[in-house]
Write a protein that binds this ligand. Structure first.
Ligand code: AMP
Length: 220
């Protein structure tokens, strides 16, 4: 059983790296942001509660976040372990998490703010199937359309320069101290998030002592 947290500023590739870990190590990827986005898209009560906060790029209240995380982990569909992304994001969430679960490691993806802006503002999302694109590194084959389902791509409502500035501020003020907390109690592995996704994945596997990443087998 392996339990990891993946941390890093928006656009650092947490989602991509978690999916690569999930694909061939059978670790369940849990993204708190994705859970919230699902609720917003499906107009649930929870979606209505978090929509405005999310669109402003601000953090959702801790009680709500902790409930979502607890409910998700209580499903116990993670026989081999999990990688949780987007959580914890402040000191209180970190305390809650450490009290409840023994962590095997924290992966910290490091990316300078300039590169974050460049990546995030070129991000596009398919509202049909949830596929992510990036106009710099991962363009759709037909401009503005999803390769998988053909739906017109959109910009995430919180990927505006204003919302990004708020998220970067929050990250530096609230999330960085979480890393310091983890550094005292857990094993934090700092990984440079600037190289290509495959290289970053290889480095993550190396520092966590996991089986080597084989890009071809993952793509097939
Ligand atoms: P993300 O996809 O991780 O960037 O999350 C998108 C949005 O969901 C954030 O900007 C917050 O509004 C909300 N959110 C996700 N995770 C958390 C968390 N751990 N604490 C508070 N809000 C969160």
């Amino acid at each position: 059983m392996r339990k990891y947290v993946i941390m890093g500023v928006q656009g650092s590739g947490k989602g991509t790296q978690s999916e690569l870990l999930e694909n061939d190590l059978d670790l369940v990827h849990i993204s708190v942001g994705d859970i919230f986005r699902w609720h917003v898209q499906h107009h649930t009560k929870l979606g209505a509660q978090v929509r405005r906060t999310m669109n402003a790029g601000e953090l959702v209240g801790d009680d709500l976040v902790e409930k979502v995380v607890r409910d998700r982990l209580d499903q116990h569909d993670w026989n081999f372990g999990f990688v949780i992304d987007g959580f914890p994001r402040n000191g209180r969430q970190a305390e809650f998490f450490m009290e409840t679960y023994d962590l095997d490691g924290v992966i910290h993806l490091e990316l300078p703010d300039d590169e974050v802006r460049r990546r995030v503002l070129s991000r596009r999302l398919c509202p049909g199937c949830g596929m992510d694109y990036n106009l710099i590194a991962d363009r759709p084959k037909v401009e503005g359309r999803c390769d998988i389902c053909g739906t017109e791509l959109i910009v995430r409502e919180d990927d505006t320069p204003e919302a990004l500035a708020a998220r970067l501020r929050d990250y530096h003020e609230k999330t960085r101290p979480v890393l310091e907390l983890f550094r005292r109690k857990e094993v934090v592995h700092d990984v440079d998030a600037r190289p290509a996704p495959e290289k970053v994945q290889q480095e993550i596997r190396r520092v966590l002592d996991l089986p080597e990443y084989q890009p071809a087998s993952v793509m097939s």
